[in-house]
Design a binder for this molecule. Sequence first.
Ligand code: ATP
Length: 638
Amino acid sequence: MRYCDNTEVKFVISALGVSDILFLIFQVKQKIPIYNSKRNKQIGGMKYSILADFYEKIEKTTKRTAMTAYLVELFKSTPPEVIDKVIYLTQGKLYPDFMGIELGVAEKLTMRAIAIVSGLSVKEIERVFKKTGDIGLTAEQILSQKKTSSILDYFGVSETRRELTVTRVYLTLDKIAKAKGEGSQDAKINLLASLLRDASPKEAKYLLRTVTGRLRLGIADMTILDALAISFTGSKVNREIIERAYNVHPDLGYIAKVLATGGLQGVKKIKITIGIPVQPMLAERLSNPQEILEKLGGECIAEYKYDGERIQAHKKGDKVVLFSRRLENITHHYPDACELIRAYIKAEEAIVEGECVAIDPNSGEMLPFQELMHRRRKYDVEEAMKKYPIALFLFDCLYVNGEDLTLKPYPVRKEYLKKIVEESDKIRLAESRHIKSVSELEEFFEQAISEGCEGIMCKSLRDDSIYQMGARGWLWIKFKRDYRYEMTDTVDLVVVGAFYGRGKRAGTYGALLMAAYDPEADVFRTVCKVGSGFTDEDLEKLPELLDQYKIPHRHPRVDSKIEADVWFTPAVVLEIMGAEITLSPLHTCAYGAIKSGAGLAIRFPRFTGRYRFDKKPEQATTVKELIEMYRSQRKTST
Ligand code: ATP
């Protein structure tokens, strides 16, 4: 909105008519808020300012426990009918990730909305943005300097601002996210401006960060589950029941609403549903075939460990949806995989899992994982399908025609899988063998390697070999090729800080501070500083990739003895290889667990070139895994 000058004010007054003016003056004198009846029709409920205050507190805290306590306080003061919206907004989204509806309005566009409300030009707004580097701070700064801007403000009546509610913010952002096609840009700008008009500067800050997809408070799903258990059941004791529901239906907004309205009994009734991804089961790792067999009770089903992308396919009639390892909807990346599922899975309804592998169209040989990255480009999928065709290797079956199979032992699930898959050269069951001795296991491993696989997956066939949703357990053990060399394996670590580069690297980062995840404490503990393995191209894009996560102090969920030049919200995962794992007093990973006064560190770490965008920070290598790697490395070297 532009500022009104005096001529305009006179014009508006003349248009109002005498009775309107008398009424206005009466209201001003009586200090009665003047309402535009249309604009101020209350969409009832919780105020958005409560959320903005909460975000501010979370941003300032450096303690994980305080984070949970603030969340509990927030959930307790939230009416059940908006608890889902409060949770989504707090996570900077509108829906769970698997719905694939993203907020991510370009900063440039939001500046036009700020311009409408402030009366400043986009150029002036850009100038402020250049200084702050944050569109939220830009809006906050500009709106707190906003001058009289309307006829009503001209009369000195500031109460005309209609306080924002959570529902109104959510519904407006939803419209923004869904606006498509011709005229959608203007629609988005106007919708955003309608919120900004009624927003306080602080609210504007968080609105802008949310709408641009940059509200990164770094609150993990697990922290929210803790807070939900405490808020609605009084203690963390019931957390396990809530977590099971979350594993079956990983939608925190939905879980919270069921809990808030139907209690624990409601949560217990949550079932596996076609179209809603299930948290994937994960594997432990060992580097000694003897140990693997002992762990699995002397026998196992060993399968090829394919080097591709994990896919969870949901089929209902002709409709197929694919989910990634981190539960994103990746259906549109693989139209060919959908077609294979549609044509070769002989069940009306099914949820199956497998690895999608890139195949050399000329030789038919399997290609490494990196070749699948072509599928991530939005517009070239057709092209990528021709150049880099895929094959599907299925290894599990979670649901068939209304029957939940997750509590059945693995051999039974495999029987179901065999029954429903009509195998062809493009869709097959993972190559497998029933193993009863170390020599059989070693032989199968060599065979897998020679065929271009990463190694083998050894799976329990005992009665308790259920599908452990969302858990890394000993029912599946991976045995990989690189265990035989260098460190026992690559690790996936989270970037938590950085150090400025010098000389050739001036202007970018010289090294990154990397951390492993500790799920017990829900914190990231440092394990190395990595500066090698980055190509010039990597170095160039690091600031662009990382700066969106920059924060002014160490994140509350990061445990570090080292002071980094720059700190980040844990978000980006990189694959790291090293010479060996050593003890070090500088790092906090497994501090005191092996030797007092020392943690674990990776010696000569280098980036392998693999950005693990498919992993959330909570899916990085854990502290426990590093301890195991350290121990098994010691065993093999002595
Ligand atoms: P993780 O998924 O265990 O966190 P990661 O993503 O680094 O770790 P790996 O350590 O390489 O993956 O091993 C697990 C992955 O192996 C599975 O998530 C799956 O994508 C893949 N995989 C390939 N073949 C199989 C198989 N036969 N059974 C199960 N998983 C398999």
